[in-house]
Write a protein of this length. Sequence first.
Lengths: 207, 218, 243
Amino acid sequence: MSLSVQNISCLRAGRAIFENLSFDLKKGDCLVLRGPNGSGKTTLLKTLAGILPSATGEIHCDPAQISYAGHLDAIKAQLTVRENLTFWAGIYDAGNLDRVLSEFDLTTLADRYGQTLSAGQRRRLGLARMILTECQIWLLDEPTNSLDAEHAAIFAKAVNKHCSNGGVAVLSSHIDLHIPNTQTLDLSDFAPTGATETDPFLQGGFS
Amino acid sequence: MKSLFLRDIKLAFRSGGGFGLTLAFFLIVILFVPLGVGADNAILARIAPGILWIGAILSCLLSLDRIFQLDFEDGTLEALATSPLPLESIAASKAAAHWITTGLPLTIIAPLLAYLLQLPYAGYFWLISSLLIGTPALSFIGTFAAAVTVGVKRGGLLLSLLVLPLYIPTLIFGAQTVIRATISLNPMPALLLTVGISLFSIALMPFACALALKVNLK
Amino acid sequence: MSLWEYANPVKFMALSGRVLPVLTIMSAVLLVAGLIWGFFFTPDDYKQGSTVKIIFLHVPAAMMAINAWVMMLVASLIWLIRRHHVSALAAKAAAPIGITMTLIAIATGAIWGKPTWGTYWEWDPRLTAFMILLVFYLGYIALWEAIEDKDTAADLTSILCMVGSVFALLSRYAVNFWSQGLHQGASLSLDKEQHVDNAFYFPLLVCIGAFILLFFTLVLLRTRTEIRLRRAVALANRRNSHG
């Protein structure tokens, strides 16, 4: 399983966010995205996930192997933790709920409703979905937000295990997760030069 | 797809799911008619088919903005879009779940409300058939309009403005089925046209819906 | 050099800037000529008297009300398939013109209806169909207004226009079906074109031509305004992003 990206550029509302970005991830690689706010970490992850189009270049991967977790945890307040996971298990045709629950320290919360969970618990449930999907490529947007040090470590271990089993992970994070074999990509290196006008309405005059 | 369908039905019945509201709204609309036009049984019997169909459409409208809005706000829609499930299946499953929790219950209580409105006996069979066949069209067309407006904040009013014109053919064919039955005309052509519009919506709306969702997830 | 080159905003502005004055003069001349011919140099109808002369406004407006929607549909499809920004803006520009034509058709129809059938409004299938067209236009315009990002708005309105066209057409036939049951043997037929004689026919053709030109003039004018607006917003965005 690999994820290879060549010369992609992304536009938001007619403005370039980053340009000519390329990287190549093989089995077991973990890529951490860095960069200031607005440098396009979320945009890149959404582009890799196929939600946003890329204006140029190519992305090579198997879309069926992609599992994406955005800023929001995709948790239903009126469903219990177990029901939430059962739903995703059904979508991905996967099993083994109990193993996933225990891996993210959720077993004792299994019958709690989504609306009663704390921010950190919600985040863990959101991440538990990633393991459940059994997809090889994980795309994670700020996964450690609202996690305490203990659960951040549990998460880092899960990513590590995923990668050592041959998976690929791309994540954006402000804190250092101490995951071995990580590569770092600073998105500010790919900031648009402004040389290319992207918005067709910027050309010409008013008459 | 089954998983999504079952979850949507489950959510509709949980607290805040709004299942009961639809039926209560239908009841209130029907109650308003005699209060508004007077308790003249002959007039009520004459307008009952149209009122029941309009009431069903308005009640159906209430729950349309929940189809995608809640999933959009909590990130579920984005996660679903990256899942192996195609957007077309997501749309079809959502529309089907909306019909089970809205169109079907409305059809079931319609005869009771029809009795209150003095609907002639000849109309009952055709009322139930036309609603049973026509309400899936309402759900599938409504799901499309919900997909178009999902990115608009407080888009409920806009959704109504977009979807009601699209409901015109369904309303005409559905209500005509019942009207023709009550005035001893052959209701069959109208019912067949209702079948047509329903099949057409079920077949094509999920694709239009997927197009709109793709744009709104950007 | 293909036709599509003109879908680029700069090229479009240059071309439309040259075409617009010519179109404006042509449509003004045709409109004045057609209406004067129609109003003052045609005989009164033996049954309806001079009231019949409102067809010189009514018929062209009604035709353009429908044609404007068709043009919006074509422009929307071009946007969805070929992503030409001018096309999306032309569709947006045509909608308010289409709705105005619809309103003119309904209003002149009402004014004509009073002396002819003794009522301003009748739920005749044709009148009803125009009322339905009006609400389709309203929904389309409301969607453009509601969405902040203009490219997203262009996408969604195009999809709505596509689906709406199908349902508008279905509604047209549904309305015919609907009126059979209610008004048996339609006592009031609106098919006036069928018994228009030559004295009316030629000035009517001139008026229809004038309305077509007027429509294109207005669409060009409004599209140019929309392009300028987009350019102003794009420039403001660029200035903000460069600090």
